[in-house]
Design a protein around this ligand. Structure first.
Ligand SMILES: C[S@@+](CC[C@H](N)C(=O)[O-])C[C@H]1O[C@@H](n2cnc3c(N)ncnc32)[C@H](O)[C@@H]1O
Length: 192
């Protein structure tokens, strides 16, 4: 069962095969080319390298993670720039104000959710983003015989996201970890 205890044990034991150890290239380039994003949410932020990058580039960033151990690790990565940027909570229950974010960054959070919870993700993101806000990051597509991770079949993308978002960019990730190779796409979605 994937619950807080599972994630805590993963971080405590150092068994975190999804951890990139830094900021992946497509997102780094996006921040350089696109300038400031404003107020950015990172659900399931894990070690929070991207929270640090966003803060250093003058954005407001909030990382939310269910796991106490992940938040401890994230604090050590953030160091002095961390401040109020981390929140230990269930993303689906956290009291985040509606339409209050300019952007949401995704990486290996959606694909870590069991399908019943993953179904709630598009609506939750839609409610937190302001109209015109961006959902950007890394999305897994394909089939996995022994999940997790839970990649999305492409038709799920159609029904779940296209109701409220336009797809602006979609291309294979430039530097996927070997475990995600061939499945990971860099995408930018705009909330209508
Ligand atoms: C596969 S890890 C990805 C972490 C990070 N995004 C990264 O790219 O390294 C999934 C993360 O989601 C967190 N998580 C799982 N369920 C969650 C929930 N309901 N709310 C918030 N965080 C959750 C876990 O604790 C874990 O840190």
């Amino acid at each position: 069962m994937i619950d807080e205890a599972f994630w805590n044990e993963s971080y405590r034991s150092g068994h975190t095969p999804w951890d990139f150890g830094g900021v992946p290239a497509d997102f780094r380039s996006f921040l350089v080319e696109g300038g400031k994003l404003g107020r950015v949410l990172i659900p399931g932020c894990g070690s929070a390298y991207e929270v640090r990058e966003l803060l250093e580039k003058g954005n407001e960033a909030i990382g939310v993670d269910l796991s106490h151990e992940a938040v401890i690790q994230a604090r050590s990565i953030l160091g002095d720039v961390g401040g109020e940027a981390l929140c230990q909570a269930d993303f689906f229950e956290a009291p985040l104000p509606e339409a209050s974010f300019d952007a949401v960054y995704e990486r290996t959070f959606l694909c870590a959710l069991p399908p019943d919870l993953a179904m709630k993700y598009p609506k939750r993101i839609q409610s937190l983003l302001r109209p015109g806000g961006l959902l950007m990051g890394y999305f897994l597509y394909g089939e996995e015989k022994d999940p997790p991770p839970y990649p999305m079949p492409p038709e799920k993308e159609q029904t779940a996201f296209l109701e409220a978002f336009d797809l602006l960019v979609s291309r294979p990730s430039s530097d996927p970890l070997p475990i995600f190779a061939g499945m990971e796409f860099w995408q930018v979605w705009k909330r209508r």
